[in-house]
Design a protein around this ligand. Sequence first.
Ligand SMILES: NC(=O)c1ccc[n+]([C@@H]2O[C@H](COP(=O)([O-])OP(=O)(O)OC[C@H]3O[C@@H](n4cnc5c(N)ncnc54)[C@H](O)[C@@H]3O)[C@@H](O)[C@H]2O)c1
Length: 530
Amino acid sequence: MSRVFLIGFMGAGKSGVGRALAAELGLSFVDLDSEVEKTEGLSVAQIFERDGEQGFRRAERAALAAVSASADAVVACGGGVVLDERNRALMRSSGVVLMLDVSAEEALTRVGSSRTRPLLQDADGSGVRDMLQERMDLYRATAHHIVATVGRSVLDVTREACSVITSSEIGDIDVSAGAGYTVFIGASLMDETNVFPGMLASRSRVAIVTDSNVGRLHAVCIERSLREAGVDSFTCTLEPGETSKNWLRAGTLLEEFALAGLDRQGAVLALGGGVVGDLAGFCAAVYMRGVPVVQVPTTLLAQVDSSIGGKTGVDLAAGKNLAGAFWQPAAVLSDVTLLNTLPDAEWHNGMAEAVKTALLAGPEAVAQLTADAVDLAARDEAAVLRCVRMCAGFKARVVSADERESGMRECLNLGHTLGHAIEKVAGYGTVGHGVAVAEGLRFAAFLSARLLGAPSELQQRVNTLLDVCGVPRYLVTGSVADLAAAMSLDKKARGGVVRFVLLRDVGDWVVVSVEPDVARKSLADWLDRS
Ligand SMILES: NC(=O)c1ccc[n+]([C@@H]2O[C@H](COP(=O)([O-])OP(=O)(O)OC[C@H]3O[C@@H](n4cnc5c(N)ncnc54)[C@H](O)[C@@H]3O)[C@@H](O)[C@H]2O)c1
């Protein structure tokens, strides 16, 4: 969290609470009306007189854009800032938005008939009530959090605001890997002109890499955002799906970069799911011995997992992801609004990875995902933001601690040993990756109980969580022998001994080497029971 916007009706206490909150958080305080007055050289009342409300709103929008692009601060906004849709999106994407809630009666008592508030001049009590009613829905829809103020002191409200903000789930996530970078998470980020990090604005050209499904739906808004930010770009489009993630396509993509004149001052922007992210990231790693890549993930899987951590690569005939490079992105922009167009099957793939992450992250993450499950199934924006942020935060911590997968990063393979075997035996593309991983998670919980004595309710919790999150069951078709053989050929296997990430309990994982016959027998028993 870096910026806090206080919104609410006039008289809600935004200035008083804002000053106290800024002092408490060690941030500077900005009063948006004062910023407008400074720029225009007139008081708010005088601007209204000269330019009308429309003129004031224009100046207010410009002041908000300037504040949102500059230093961290607590910003007290005027009561009407939410009337403009662009302001609402900008505040939500560039900071934490806190609504100070006040009733019309209390607001009237607090502001009286102030002559400095132009919209109050003609308003009797009923006018204020109508205005409050009209704006209330907008305040609520814009706020990340709401704090009640009626009957409470400034100190009391500030304390609550402070605790809400410091435990806030909204804001950016920093990753300490490579040169270090930020994962920006928000809604409608792509509608902002200043959404792209400064580094892109300084680049000579940007190659947008996407696939035809995503390109059709979302490339135009990215191209427009770049254009408005003064960045020259061209777009390279892949066929959708895993089959594009190959050596040949990497080669032709590199040729497209060269033909379009991308030079060392250029950059790559990966707009798509994990396939686009892995391939574009790999090409960025090798083009001119490395140009920056910005990841703009468009699948849930890519937002909760693959866009963070710098693993890039292509598949070889011998197996998935066998050639590649670690190439950390310059930034990740996760705009959950892009997920609205994602097909259900892809949504479920991402949810399985989110369940995996919660099981690794601990009981609080599992509780959050469980509480949000119904809203997540309906793709409720606030729930999706919480989910993406929880998963991205966990992945960022893991990658920051173990950039090259020499230790902790191995935990991310939970559920993947059997998951990969199911995909291989069924034939790649026949079963969704996430659906296969979900079965792998169920088996890992079974094996954890058998080999580590994990609590028996762990299996129940894993099954329930996957079910409430709507991940469909997959009737495993392959024979035990084929699945066990595929597991022993897994990249992580050593001399036929299969390595599983298992759980002693939620949040307490361990890597266990399992002899092939034990793995086979356990798999047979689990398949019999499920
Ligand atoms: N690098 C890593 O750390 C890492 C981690 C996990 C997985 N991966 C890789 O990720 C890949 C899988 O990624 P994926 O599941 O995102 O698949 P994907 O990239 O193939 O996307 C799935 C499908 O969804 C479509 N799509 C994407 N975004 C959309 C949107 N917003 N609206 C409509 N359609 C959309 C795509 O066109 C595609 O058809 C695999 O290759 C896997 O190896 C990499």
